[in-house]
Design a protein around this ligand. Sequence first.
Ligand code: SAH
Length: 194
Amino acid sequence: MTPLLAKAAVIATMVGWYIIRFRYARRSRRTPVSLNAHGPRETVLLLTSLTGLGILPCVYAFTGFPAFADYPFRPALAWIGLVFAAGALALFRVTHKTLGRNWSISLELREDHRLVTDGIYRYLRHPMYTAFWMWAVAQALLLPNWVAGPAGVIGFGTLFFGRIGQEERMMTERFGQDYRAYTARTYRIIPWIY
Ligand code: SAH
């Protein structure tokens, strides 16, 4: 593994993510929204995540900026990063497939929204966010730069912790006892831990 290949892997993850999401995003746009729970705060959170997982690593991969924050490249770390990136994309695909029309980029509920508790959602309430965390960790392991590397963890972490409470409240308001029971028997993003 070389620094150039590691940068290519980060860009390939973004492209892969976009290809997977594109299909589902188009379908979800055609499904009417019944409750829109997002406001300016959500927009700021989404932009923060986009900056950390998208803009900063892209700028670094294509221009090398900010070079002052570079540290020595470690191939072994980058290989682990590659495994995380591949795992993130696989999980991303599975979660999109399982959520289907119930997915949205922001906090929304669709008409006829179904509470999904099957497939991987039987074990975790937020496996798509697990996929994003894995991607963010992959970026940190692949890019030997103190700004562009950890930017994904910080950017997505901000979105995650800023949104998770609100998302679960929204789901509880809509699904009541069903979601409470679902919460009681599942973990958020890491099985048996959190
Ligand atoms: N937090 C989930 C989904 C992320 S997409 C995950 O990480 O896998 C965000 C949207 O998914 C939310 O606006 C909500 O409408 C929907 N959603 C979240 N959990 C859901 C579930 N268990 N069943 C159906 N829809 C869900």
